[in-house]
Design a protein around this ligand. Structure first.
Ligand code: NAD
Length: 428
């Protein structure tokens, strides 16, 4: 989001147009699927702690709900734009189809900087967001969840506001809730773990022992830290990780050739996923500016921060040692960079497949909410592993049999499923 010339929605539409062409979709289906079905834009006026009033801009896009209620997170970000929300809602439609869960795609956001807001002000934004869209969301229409800079606490405030307005208990109105308040065990780990399940399958296909591999991560938030936890547990070595510094307004890479100590880094990281530079130095990390996470001599690259991180300007700096790129983030790689990655034969596990574990577990959360009966952690992970492994092999089998790029294979599978659902309903 930092690059003002980058437009995530244009990128998502280009990706869709290419696959629509390959699949030979009719014009009406293309017109239907290349823009969101519905968009809500609204103001959220807040009385700030100092007594002044401030108006925040909020969004919710429902891209497509032919396969079930729309589903997708809510981002709080100072550079949020409606086009980013549109793109992310579209990617959610492909994601829920990739893992074959009966949901569609949606996304929401608020333009705000959480760093500058007190807990009370954040709560008012959450409640204000619900007051503006409560008529347009719900367990049977559209189910939000956390995303960048939002967490379980935000979700509870939102659920509480929805229940206050409707006068009923609706835990399934939102997912990503804390455990004990309608949340599912395993939800916070699900996106990161899910990505590592797909990486494990890719390594098996390549006959590479995970214990012999090394990896570099971008981001040190929810997705990255849980992916690191499982990768580390399976024997992989993480030699570099980058995180954003709000103080310096840029990212830094923290490097340790002997392997990072995940728990140690966690203990010196803010709740926003920013690793403390001075403390990391004192623990023996080399601290490097810029895109250093991308240029490391490692087997696996794992972007888990934001979109537009691997693009025409830096893709050539990827080391010749890299064999697999796992997209933990949404939209980290631009179409220009895709061409280079494909040519170089780097095996890509594309975003809406790799990071689908989060929405899969959100779906499990909804199922548990509907039953009002909650599963053990192991049961959640076993079902998650099964869903991710199946989805990975469907895409990998198509990519290998047709000798096509993994992103193209994933798109073909998902778009086909959604187009078929629209057709069956008689929409196009
Ligand atoms: P988060 O807010 O928990 O963490 C983001 C991390 O990225 C932080 O460590 C931050 O310091 C770092 N970061 C931000 N800008 C950076 C930059 N320019 N360079 C390096 N590091 C930077 O967010 P998250 O929930 O982990 O989400 C990360 C990505 O994964 C996003 O693209 C999100 O849409 C996607 N995603 C998240 C989930 C989920 O369940 N949380 C599910 C699917 C996809």
């Amino acid at each position: 989001m930092a690059d003002k010339t980058f437009n995530a929605f244009k990128m998502a539409q280009k990706q869709f147009d290419d696959v629509a062409e390959t699949l030979g979709l009719d014009q009406a289906t293309r017109d239907l699927l290349r823009t969101p079905d519905r968009e809500h834009h609204f103001n959220i006026p807040i009385r700030m702690d100092d007594g002044s009033y401030k108006v925040f801009r909020g969004f919710r896009c429902q891209h497509n709900d032919a396969r079930g209620p729309a589903k997708g997170g809510i981002r709080f970000h100072p550079l949020e734009t409606i086009d980013t929300v549109r793109a992310l809602s579209m990617w959610m439609t492909w994601k829920t189809a990739a893992v074959d869960i009966p949901l569609g795609g949606g996304k929401g956001g608020v333009i705000c900087d959480v760093h500058q807001l007190s807990d009370r002000e954040q709560e008012l934004i959450c409640r204000g967001w619900i007051r503006q869209v409560w008529k347009n969301i719900g367990p049977l229409e559209d189910v939000p969840a956390p995303d960048v800079m939002t967490n379980g606490q935000h979700m509870i405030w939102m659920m509480d506001e929805y229940e206050k307005i409707t006068g009923k208990k609706y835990p399934g109105v939102i997912t990503g809730k804390p455990v004990g308040s309608g949340g599912s065990l395993g939800r916070k780990e699900a996106t990161g773990y899910g990505a590592i399940y797909t990486l494990r399958e890719a390594l098996k296909e390549m006959e590479i022992d995970i214990g012999s591999t090394s990896a570099s991560f971008q981001g040190f938030g929810n997705v990255a830290t849980h992916a690191m936890e499982l990768y580390d547990f399976m024997g992989g070595k993480i030699t570099a990780v980058s995180s954003w510094s709000n103080e310096h307004k840029k990212a830094f890479t923290f490097k340790k050739e002997s392997g990072i100590d995940l728990e140690q880094l966690r203990s010196i990281t803010s709740k926003f996923g920013e690793i403390n530079i001075d403390k990391a130095k004192s623990h023996g990390y080399d601290i490097i500016d810029g895109d250093a996470w991308l240029t490391q001599d490692v087997d696996i690259l794992f972007p888990a921060a934001l979109e537009n991180q691997i693009n025409a300007s830096n893709v050539d700096s990827i080391s010749s040692q890299v064999k697999i790129l796992v997209e933990g983030a949404n939209g980290p790689t631009t179409p220009d960079a895709d061409k280079v990655i494909e040519e170089r034969g780097i095996w890509l596990i594309p975003d809406f497949l790799a990071n689908a574990g989060g929405v899969t577990c959100s779906y499990f959360e909804q199922v548990q909410n509907n039953m009002n009966y909650y599963w053990e952690r192991e049961e959640v992970f076993q079902k998650l592993d099964q869903a991710m492994t199946k989805a990975y092999h469907a895409v990998s089998d198509l990519a290998r049999s047709r000798k096509i790029y993994m992103r193209d294979a994933a798109y073909m599978i998902s778009v086909q499923k959604v187009a078929e659902a629209c057709k069956l309903r008689g929409w196009v």
